[in-house]
Design a protein around this ligand. Structure first.
Ligand code: NAP
Length: 331
C-alpha cells in the first residue's frame, strides 16, 4: 500500500484565502487510487446531507462514504449530479457504498447494489463494502426484537461475497471490500474468495488503534479505512467518546498549532490509513482536510498508540450472540 499523487484544492475559508492543498491517494489492490480523506455521511439526512456533500466537493473532497443504511443516497446523488453538470467528471470522485445486513441473501446482493446506484444516479461505484459479517433477516432495515436482539439469517458471508464478486464482473462496482471484519474473517475471505477485499473499513481512533488489524492489512495488501476517526464526538450523549478532549492529544495538538481532530486524522494518514470524518459544517470539513502540512514525531505517535483502550463506539450488541459477531477478537 503506498501513498502517492495528489488531488483536490481546498479553500481555507477560516483565513479567507485559497490554500492549495493536496490530498494523497492510496493505491488499492485493483490499481485504483482512493483519496485518503473522504466525507463520512452517517446521520446526515435529506437536505443537510445534500448541502454537506456540495460543501465537501467545493472544499476539494473527492471521496464520499455512504451506505444503504444511511438513507441519504438520493441526496448525495443530487449533489453529485449538480457538480457533474457543472463540469466535475465522474472519474474524479470516489464513491463508496455498503451492502446492508438485511441484503446478504445471494438473491438480494445485485438488487441492493442496483438500488444504491439508482439512488446515487451513478453507473458504477468505486467501492462496495459488506457492511458487517453478520446477516439479518430480509426485508426490514432494522429487524430488532423487543428484547434488543437482531433477527439473524443463516447466510454465510462467503456466499454473500461470491455475489459481490459478480458485481465486479458485471462492471457495477470497480472494487469490493468488507467492513467490521476481524482478522479471522478476513483470512477466510482472502483464502476462499476469488477477488480479494480491497479495503476493510473499521472503527479506529486513538481509543481503538487497531494496530494489529493495520499490520495484517498492510501485509495482505488491503487498505484500512478508519471510520469514527474522531470518536464520534457528536454522539457523546448516546455512545460517542470524548477523544477530542483527551489531555495528551490536546498537548500534541497545541505543540503543532493544530486541533485534536487534526492530530487524530494526521496520525491515521501518516500510517497509511484512509479517514472518513463526518461533518455537516464547511469550516470543519476544511479543518479535517488540513492535515498534510505537518508531521507527528515518533514520540507523538507512541503517545497516541498508548491511548488505546476498549473504546469502541460501535459494538452492534444487537448481534452479540451471532457466531460471526466480530468483536470477540482483538482488532
Ligand atoms: P466521526 O467522523 O468520528 O465524528 C463525527 C462527529 O464529529 C460529528 O458529530 C461532527 O459534527 C463532529 N466533527 C467533525 N469534525 C469535527 C472537528 N474538526 N472538531 C470537532 N468535531 C467535529 O464519527 P462518524 O460519523 O460516526 O464516523 C465517520 C463516518 O464513518 C460516518 O459518517 C460513516 O460514513 C462511516 N461509518 C461507518 C461505519 C461502518 O460500520 N462501516 C460505522 C460508523 C460510521 P458536525 O457534523 O456538527 O461537524
Amino acid at each position: 500500500m503506498g501513498c502517492s499523487g495528489s488531488k483536490g484544492e481546498v479553500n481555507d475559508t477560516r483565513r479567507g484565502t485559497t490554500t492549495k492543498m493536496t490530498c494523497p491517494v492510496v493505491k488499492l489492490s485493483t490499481g485504483a487510487s482512493m483519496p485518503q480523506v473522504g466525507l463520512g455521511t452517517w446521520q446526515s439526512k435529506n437536505n443537510e446531507c445534500y448541502e454537506a456533500v456540495k460543501a465537501a466537493l467545493d472544499a476539494g473532497y473527492r471521496h464520499i462514504d455512504t451506505a444503504e443504511l444511511y438513507q441519504n443516497e438520493k441526496e448525495i446523488g443530487r449533489a453529485l449530479k449538480e457538480k457533474m453538470d457543472a463540469g466535475m467528471k465522474r472519474e474524479e470522485v470516489f464513491v463508496v457504498s455498503k451492502l446492508w445486513n438485511t441484503r446478504h441473501h445471494p438473491d438480494d446482493v445485485l438488487p441492493a447494489c442496483q438500488k444504491s446506484l439508482d439512488d446515487l444516479g451513478l453507473e458504477y461505484l468505486d467501492l462496495y463494502l459488506m457492511h458487517h459479517p453478520f446477516p439479518w433477516v430480509r426485508d426490514n432495515l432494522l429487524p430488532i426484537n423487543a428484547d434488543g436482539k437482531a433477527e439473524h439469517s443463516d447466510v454465510h458471508f462467503m456466499d454473500t461475497w461470491k455475489e459481490m464478486e459478480k458485481l465486479v464482473d458485471g462492471g457495477l462496482v470497480k472494487a469490493i471490500g468488507v467492513s467490521n471484519f476481524n482478522i479471522s474473517q478476513m483470512e477466510e475471505v482472502l483464502t476462499n474468495g476469488r477477488i480479494k477485499p480491497a479495503v476493510n473499513q473499521v472503527e479506529s481512533h486513538p481509543y481503538v488503534t487497531c494496530n494489529r488489524m493495520l499490520e495484517f492489512c498492510t501485509e495482505k495488501g488491503v487498505v484500512m479505512t478508519a471510520y469514527c476517526p474522531l470518536g464520534a464526538p457528536g454522539d457523546l450523549a448516546d455512545h460517542g467518546l470524548a477523544v477530542l478532549e483527551d489531555p495528551e492529544l490536546k498537548k500534541i495538538a497545541e505543540k503543532h498549532g493544530k486541533t485534536p481532530a487534526q492530530v487524530c486524522l494526521r496520525w491515521q494518514v501518516q500510517r497509511g490509513v484512509v479517514v472518513i470524518p463526518k461533518s455537516l459544517r464547511a469550516a470543519r470539513m476544511v479543518e479535517n482536510s488540513q492535515i498534510f502540512d505537518f508531521e507527528l514525531s515518533a514520540g507523538d505517535v507512541e503517545i497516541i498508540n498508548n491511548l488505546n483502550r476498549d473504546g469502541r463506539v460501535y459494538k452492534w450488541e444487537w448481534s452479540k450472540d451471532h457466531p460471526q459477531w466480530p468483536f470477540n477478537e482483538k482488532f
